[in-house]
Design a protein around this ligand. Structure first.
Ligand SMILES: CSC[C@H](O)[C@@H](O)C(=O)COP(=O)(O)O
Length: 336
């Protein structure tokens, strides 16, 4: 596959003594880079969503540990601070546990740098492999709907669900691409559309509330999404709105695919019931682009993830392989 055409964005860049992040809060209006010089800077960037997407925040956190090591900061404190930055995406904890194991084994700053680079490189390789695995499930001339942003911005590069879509477009299986806006933070409208337009992939944005109607038209055969945490029974936490897409997909006979690296699989969490769902500031709902749109005095509830039960998922694609109709047994066989 011609990866170069579809794989040009690197949003997390290690510079030897600091971490450069493409600031996702201001895309697509502005391509602004921010420099993180410490673990505290990286923690703040994760909390503020300057860097976001489950694999990308794990990678950024690993580099945060490297910065702490280079500056002689207490590493336990840096690990704890980074771990608390966001609760739902398990890639964050997974990457920090990997760094912690290297620290426990006596790694110095140079060895930690190599570990962070390995985490980043492995994610890119996983995405490319998942792209091919996922695309092979899609029949030629299909239409797909995706949610949130799961592309190069959310990962080391290429993307998870968006990687499957890129591979599917490249090999001619995917003919129509739709992206939901993903209210309230607009990852689909602001970020996924930016990536697809840069790639020259003809894609259409839809309002989140247009999804069931789109499925009814017969234009899409697959909903393809990423994941922030996949429990041991296959229940999957992903961006808020994913669950209702899965329900609508089942009703319309549209297939539902989850694409994530194995670093998103959390075999220590038995089911979706046990996944902590991040609640963010209601202000994200009460304003659009920083401008208040709701009457003063109104309140809001802003959970930013939901859990799709395994029973609504047709395929979970990781770099280790594909699980169709996920179950605890199938998950255990692949990840146990
Ligand atoms: C490949 S990232 C995993 C998810 O699918 C992702 O899109 C997502 O939900 C990220 O949430 P975010 O709140 O933007 O960090």
């Amino acid at each position: 596959m011609d990866y170069d055409r579809y794989d040009r964005i690197r949003a997390v860049q290690w510079q030897g003594d600091h971490l450069r992040l493409l600031d996702q809060r201001v895309l697509p209006q502005e391509e602004r880079w921010i420099d993180c010089a410490s673990a505290t800077d990286v923690t703040q960037a994760i909390k503020d969503l300057a860097v976001r997407g489950a694999p990308a925040i794990g990678i950024a956190a690993a580099w945060g540990v490297v910065l702490a090591a280079k500056q002689g900061e207490p590493l336990d404190a840096a690990l704890a601070m980074l771990r608390a930055a966001r609760p739902t995406a398990v890639n964050l904890m997974w990457a920090l546990d990997r760094m912690k194991a290297r620290i426990a084994a006596g790694a110095d700053a140079a060895a930690l740098e190599r570990e962070a680079q390995a985490i980043q490189d492995e994610d890119l390789a996983a995405n490319r492999h998942m792209g091919e695995l996922g695309a092979s499930l899609i029949a030629p001339h299909s239409g797909v709907l995706t949610h949130c942003n799961t592309g190069s911005l959310a990962t080391a590069g290429f993307g998870t669900a968006l990687g499957v879509i890129r591979a599917g477009v490249a090999n001619g299986r995917v003919e129509r691409v739709y992206a939901g806006e993903t209210r309230p933070w607009q990852q689909g409208a602001r970020l996924t559309m930016w990536e697809l337009v840069r790639d020259g992939v003809p894609a259409k944005l839809i309002a989140d509330s247009a999804a069931a109607h789109l499925m009814r038209t017969g234009e899409v055969q697959w909903v393809i999404v990423g994941a922030d945490r996949i429990a041991a029974n296959g229940d999957t936490a992903n961006k808020i709105g994913t669950y209702q897409l899965a329900i609508a997909a089942r009703h319309h006979g549209v297939k539902f695919m989850v694409v994530a690296p194995s670093s998103t699989v959390d075999m220590a969490t038995a089911s979706g019931e046990d996944i902590e769902i991040e609640l963010r500031d209601p202000a994200e709902l009460l304003a659009v682009a920083g401008r208040r749109t709701v009457v003063d005095g109104a309140q809001a509830w802003n959970p930013v993830f939901d859990v799709t039960p395994a029973s609504l998922i047709d395929a979970i694609v990781t770099e280790k392989g594909v699980i169709e109709r996920p179950s605890t047994q199938a998950m255990q066989a692949m990840f146990g």
